[in-house]
Design a protein around this ligand. Structure first.
Ligand code: SAM
Length: 203
């Protein structure tokens, strides 16, 4: 079991790599700035609190890794963490930044197939950094459906968003019979960031 800690507390880690990623795919990346240190801390805390069982912690859309780093800093073992990222350059960056981390380059919206390639067949919690507000409802339903199928019955998806409302399309929420809980807003982020937890209505 290995863990990574840092004494640095940068407000925005590695801004140039992230900005380059945004220039390559502005819609998929969502915003030219990565999550702030404080947001990452808050999201990671909510994720580890929601983890059930000892299975992998899965992060979707890790970018340059601010939340990945917070998960590790807060005690998630490196060998328990699996990140999915579609951008090849960001994947290489993550591998260099966190040696030994399982980085799956692929489409998180086709989660079942992407995780199967990494031989991940069950998970304890899913952290979603994809800009869900711009994802079509059928794709978000499939992504969240896959995530819930791999987790224990009381598992959760933690999702962050710059929007004011729940970022998961109401159609997806209804189709999967999920309830959305607003965890809080981190104001020390540009723009302020909301954190949500999704769980099955019936557990
Ligand atoms: C809002 S950024 C979050 C980045 C990072 N987690 C952070 O907090 O700064 C969204 C990330 O999701 C990735 N992404 C978007 N769509 C994706 C998809 N379908 N599959 C995998 N990654 C995706 C983008 O490349 C980007 O790195």
């Amino acid at each position: 079991m290995r863990s990574i800690t840092t004494s640095r507390k940068p407000i925005f880690a590695d801004p140039w790599h992230f900005l380059r990623g945004w220039c390559r795919a502005p819609l998929a990346v969502g915003w030219p700035l990565a999550s702030s240190w404080w947001s990452a801390e808050r999201i990671a805390e909510a994720t580890l609190q929601a983890a059930r069982g000892s299975g992998p912690v899965v992060e979707l859309g890790a970018g340059t890794g601010p939340v990945t780093e917070a998960l590790l800093r807060l005690g998630c073992a490196l060998d328990r963490l699996v990140v999915v990222e579609r951008d090849a350059e960001m994947c290489r960056f993550l591998e260099a930044r966190f040696p030994g981390l399982r980085v799956l380059q692929g489409d998180a919206l086709r989660l079942k197939e992407t995780l199967a390639r990494g031989r991940v067949t069950s998970t304890s919690v899913t952290l979603c950094g994809l800009p869900m507000r711009v994802v079509p409802p059928d794709a978000s339903t499939r992504c969240y459906g896959d995530a819930f199928a791999l987790m224990p019955q009381d598992g959760a998806v933690i999702q962050y968003t710059y929007g004011l409302r729940s970022p998961l399309a109401p159609a997806a929420l209804a189709a999967l019979d999920l309830r959305a809980t607003f965890i809080g807003r981190e104001w020390r982020n540009v723009p302020p960031m909301g954190v949500w937890r999704y769980q099955r209505r019936v557990v």
